[in-house]
Design a protein around this ligand. Structure first.
Ligand SMILES: [Fe+2]
Ligand SMILES: [Fe+2]
Length: 245
């Protein structure tokens, strides 16, 4: 199906847009992390391109321009999504604010490690985007605005999937650093998504949602997600074959 997103009109979110509470809150939590995360990707690639004096007439230079354009659009769309999440319930504003600072510590690392982390985060988003695009379990494929936003974002991630790893190869980042960055990025993202999913669900419970029903929903979602996790683990392992400097 064709999805088009007018970022200026996003989003008009139903309360549980992704079928159930826990699976909606899981992607709401991921959305909270995206604007600061995408700012980190953009800033790092811009910084590396300026310092490496990459010639303006190279394909990689143009691909980085496209990457920055697309990540900027994602960032703006998810900021609107997150604003509506915070408006839904004031307690969520504090969670959103905490999430907005998650990449602060990454900017203190050296540029080679930052670049390796950008390549790693892009690989993780590629693996998730492949799953979202090919199976409708994790994210419902319907005409709701959040669903259209996630599918649009996934398609663009697949379109620019090679840019960060090409930049890392061009910068001569070694395989050891790339693998270390992938392990760190995976642990970092998994911990934060789970932490913020928990915080959002707790806010739902405080607003009257049943703790027992939510727990049952979480167990059902986790069990149903096993095939998706296995496919994504295979995708994660592809990184072992990525080019390195
Ligand atoms: Fe993105
Ligand atoms: Fe991306």
């Amino acid at each position: 199906m064709t999805h088009s997103v007018d970022a200026s009109s996003l989003p008009d979110r139903p309360r549980y847009w992704n079928r159930t509470c826990v699976r909606s809150r899981f992607f709401d939590a991921l959305s909270l992390l995206l604007p600061p995360g995408e700012a980190f990707l953009i800033d790092t690639l811009e910084k590396w391109r300026a310092r490496s004096a990459l010639p303006a007439d190279t394909a990689l230079h143009a691909e980085i321009d496209r990457f920055i354009r697309e990540e900027t659009a994602h960032r703006q769309a998810h900021e609107r999504y997150n604003e509506s999440l915070a408006a839904e319930r004031p307690a969520m504003a504090a969670v959103a604010q905490r999430a907005s600072r998650v990449t602060d510590e990454l900017t203190r690392l050296g540029l080679p490690m930052q670049l390796a982390l950008v390549a790693a985060f892009e690989h993780l988003t590629t693996v998730l985007a492949e799953e979202i695009g090919s199976h409708a379990y994790l994210i419902v494929d319907d005409e709701s605005r959040p669903s259209r936003l996630w599918h649009w974002h996934a398609r663009e991630e697949l379109g620019h999937r090679d840019v960060a790893i090409d930049a890392a190869a061009c910068a001569g980042i070694g395989r050891g650093r790339l693998m270390l960055a992938l392990l760190l990025a995976t642990a970092y993202l998994a911990t934060d998504v789970l932490r913020y999913t928990f915080a959002l669900c707790r806010s739902d419970i405080r607003a009257g949602a049943s703790r027992t029903a939510m727990l049952a929903d979480a167990v059902r979602f986790a069990i149903g997600a096993v095939p998706s996790l296995l496919r994504m683990t295979r995708g994660w392992c592809r990184y072992l074959l990525a080019p390195a400097g």
